[in-house]
Design a protein around this ligand. Structure first.
Ligand SMILES: *[C@@H]1O[C@H](CO)[C@@H](O)[C@H](O)[C@H]1NC(C)=O
Ligand SMILES: *[C@@H]1O[C@H](CO)[C@@H](O)[C@H](O)[C@H]1NC(C)=O
Ligand SMILES: *[C@@H]1O[C@H](CO)[C@@H](O)[C@H](O)[C@H]1NC(C)=O
Length: 450
């Protein structure tokens, strides 16, 4: 009997010790409501080329978004971006301070130390080269460490790979649509056409994942395992560097065999600057041509590159095998922006159903325009983009149909924002929400393991 009592005493002591760290938070919020303590906040900085933005999300214990103020997130931005301070890492870091202060303000004090903070830098910082961008990232880490009590891990302040951008976007959109936790076959695939790279991400079956080809060491594997809302996903992700919309212009100008390109609008004679490299951008004597431009684009895409696998997209890249997770495709970033600039999608809409052939029709019109009339025809296209309206639309059509193998008449969703369930709120079709979800769910998994 004494032995049992002793064991019980030992066990309760053990329980007390184990539960101590958890109880600390509980005591602090005892005055508030119980739901608040189970909330998880995440702070995500999106350090883009034109500016820095911060997103703060709050999730309840069912991983549903909880309002912050009157919206489903706190969002604040500043200009310019980190890369504008290339030679002054401290000034770069300091530019985030006003954002940090606003972010910390909305997080209840007792939850701050367990709120993950992440900084994802994209194209702008990448273009500064490794040394300068590392110095800036280190200054940012030091600043966040010093000025906030949020949970920071060195790896969380980083230049995002296209691969990460693609998988976070897949998580974000499927989350907003309410698909996470369901069978993989109910999820939707995403295509993200940025300036520098384009990403394709969609879930595949476990069987297909087991047959995924190996990649040379040092490269990202084609398939990544994700565990979200109780479901395991095998996510095929590939990022095509240099095939984002702006980078592709350079690729196309490089393969044009003459000193001119049939993709450039008639009457234009200029230079295209991409990443500090200059490319001749001159129109042919007869102006632009849809058919001849398409030949240049097909060449730039390396459609005919040898394929070592059962099926490739372009450039010898495995296509993932297709399947149910790719039947519905959401196409984001320039796939929304360019159509809304040229007017085949309402710029005020949050998303639109379209078909690849809509890009073809729009391209056929754009390729008949010359520099004399282009400004009247496309008042919403920015001046610097005007000579490239034919090229951009031909590229988008060719990338979808010849590159990714879509049917010209299949429905795709061009997307800027996604409605959050049946609420009145819309979330951005962008990577930060996906990164936040990964941050808070991996935190939970750690807690459970403990
Ligand atoms: C670029 O264009 C100029 C004149 O338009 C020409 O002299 C030059 O050879 C071209 N450069 C290349 C690499 O085609
Ligand atoms: C390759 O993929 C394309 C597009 O997804 C499809 O039409 C074709 O049937 C596939 N071929 C093979 C051999 O799987
Ligand atoms: C494609 O979208 C249109 C317009 O929203 C819709 O009417 C049509 O049923 C869709 N087609 C398919 C095959 O889903």
């Amino acid at each position: 009997m004494a032995r049992v009592r002793c064991l019980l005493a030992f066990l309760s002591l053990l329980l007390l010790v184990i539960s101590l760290p958890a109880t600390t938070g509980r005591v602090l919020v005892a005055s508030g409501d119980a739901a608040v303590e189970s909330r998880r906040y995440a702070v995500i900085f999106d350090a883009g080329s034109t500016g820095s933005r911060v997103h703060v999300y709050c999730f309840d214990d069912g991983l549903e978004l909880v309002h912050i103020g009157s919206d489903i997130e706190l969002f604040v931005k500043v200009k310019p971006g980190l890369s504008a301070y290339a030679d002054d890492p401290q000034a770069a870091a300091n530019s985030l301070l006003p954002l940090l202060e606003k972010a910390v303000d909305v997080i209840p004090e007792e939850l701050r130390t367990k709120t993950p903070i992440r900084v994802g830098a994209t194209a702008g910082l990448r273009s500064l080269g490794t040394d300068k961008s590392n110095q800036i990232l280190q200054a940012v880490r030091d600043l966040l460490q010093e000025k906030s009590s949020l949970e920071l891990v060195d790896d969380w302040v980083t230049v995002l790979s296209g691969y990460q951008e693609g998988s976070y976007l897949w998580v974000a959109i499927n989350y907003l649509l309410g698909h996470l936790g369901n069978k993989y076959s109910e999820s939707i695939g995403v295509v993200d056409l940025g300036g520098g790279s384009v990403q394709m991400a969609y879930a595949i079956s476990e069987k297909a994942a087991a047959n995924a080809p190996n990649v040379p060491s040092g490269e990202e594997t084609y398939v990544k395992e994700l565990f979200l809302r109780g479901a395991k996903y095998y996510l095929y992700v590939h990022s095509y560097l240099n095939y984002g919309l702006l980078a592709a212009r350079a690729q196309i100008l490089k393969v044009a065999t003459n000193s001119y390109s049939y993709c450039i609008l008639g009457g234009y004679n200029g230079v295209y600057d991409y990443g500090g490299e200059l490319y001749n951008a001159s129109s042919s004597p007869s102006g632009s041509s849809f058919t001849k431009c398409r030949n240049e684009v097909i060449k730039a895409l390396k459609i005919d590159e040898p394929c070592k696998y059962s099926n490739c997209t372009f450039g010898g890249v495995w296509n993932g095998g297709g399947g149910a997770g790719q039947n519905t495709l959401y196409c984001a970033s320039y796939f929304f922006d360019r159509p809304s600039d040229v007017g085949f999608v309402d710029p005020a809409a949050t998303s639109a159903i379209a078909k690849p052939s809509d890009f073809m029709e729009a391209a056929k019109h754009a390729c008949k325009v010359t520099m004399n009339t282009v400004e009247n025809k496309y008042p919403n296209v920015r001046k610097n983009d005007l000579p490239y309206v034919c090229m951009d639309l031909v590229y988008q059509y060719t990338l979808l149909v010849n590159g990714f193998g879509l049917k010209p008449r299949q429905n795709i969703t061009l997307v800027r924002q996604v409605q959050y369930g049946d609420s009145d709120f819309f979330g951005e079709a962008a990577w930060p929400l996906g990164s936040a979800i990964e941050a808070v769910t991996s935190q939970k998994i750690n807690l459970k393991q403990f």
